[in-house]
Write a protein that binds this ligand. Structure first.
Ligand code: FE2
Length: 258
């Protein structure tokens, strides 16, 4: 089984690059299931119903979130209408689901979203006990964890602690892809899968706006960059005889690259 994971989709150009590139990627890698992190999809923060529906039409199967999950108030009713929308398990237990289980052929695939705590706000429970409790409750053949966190060390901790119990730990949130993809005891891992969003920017945000804020100390309004997008993701290949990860391949397509 081949699972495609695309990193944090940021703003308009990020949504566009996913729509434009996903069909060819699915074809090239014989993808069985596609996950995208959509927590920055709407103007850089949060997600809307319209954007979720665009993802579904583009061929995405599951949309994970993160610290900006609740940035747009319309997210609350969306959870009833969007069965493939997954918020972190350790964030606002009142609304939505922290995981989903899908039947893919003979296999049960669980997609779980967890929020880190280092340099992060919004988590209501530490990630380790939250994930341990969930893993004790669910039954699935293949378990993919989107660990949405800031620091490299925390992501590595989660992978090392849970590698025997899950099939992949994919880091999201920093928007910068790391080159450390690996398989550890049958668990696929990358510290950060990177961003689908404006390439010539500051993590997807407008460069001039950030420079005014950081250097000139101006009070600015959040502005996503309108630059052309890079696409970042990874392909996780599952050995269906063992249900463990056999390979992880990093994907990065810069603007204007064929
Ligand atoms: Fe984030």
């Amino acid at each position: 089984m081949n699972i495609l994971f695309l990193g944090d989709v940021v703003a308009r150009s990020g949504r566009q690059v996913v729509r434009d590139r996903l069909p060819a990627l699915k074809n090239k890698y014989s993808v069985d299931f596609t996950i995208v992190n959509g927590e920055n999809a709407a103007h850089g923060k949060g997600i809307t119903l319209k954007i979720y529906n665009e993802f579904m039409r583009a061929g995405v199967n599951a949309v994970t979130l993160g610290n900006h999950a609740f940035a747009k108030h319309e997210i609350i009713p969306m959870f009833d209408q969007c069965p493939n929308l997954i918020r972190p398990i350790n964030m606002d237990h009142e609304h939505g689901n922290g995981y989903m289980i899908y039947q893919i052929g003979a296999k049960k695939l669980a997609v779980i979203n967890v929020l880190g705590m280092a340099f992060m706000t919004g988590y209501e429970e530490e990630p380790v006990p939250a994930l341990e409790r969930l893993l004790d409750q669910i039954s699935a053949d293949i378990i993919i964890v989107d660990f949405h966190a800031e620091t490299t060390a925390e992501k590595s901790i989660i992978m090392q602690h849970f590698k025997s119990r899950v099939t992949a730990v994919i880091g999201t949130h920093t928007h910068v892809q790391t080159a450390d993809e690996c398989i550890r005891d049958g668990c696929a891992y990358i510290t950060d899968v990177g961003m689908c969003g404006p390439y010539d920017s500051i993590l997807g945000r407008d460069t001039e706006e950030i420079l005014k804020r950081y250097i000139a100390k101006e009070q600015t309004i959040y502005k996503p960059s309108s630059a052309k997008a890079i696409l970042c993701g990874c392909l996780i290949e599952i050995d269906e005889t063992t249900n463990r990860a056999a390979a992880i391949t990093r994907i990065q397509i810069r603007p204007d690259e064929r």
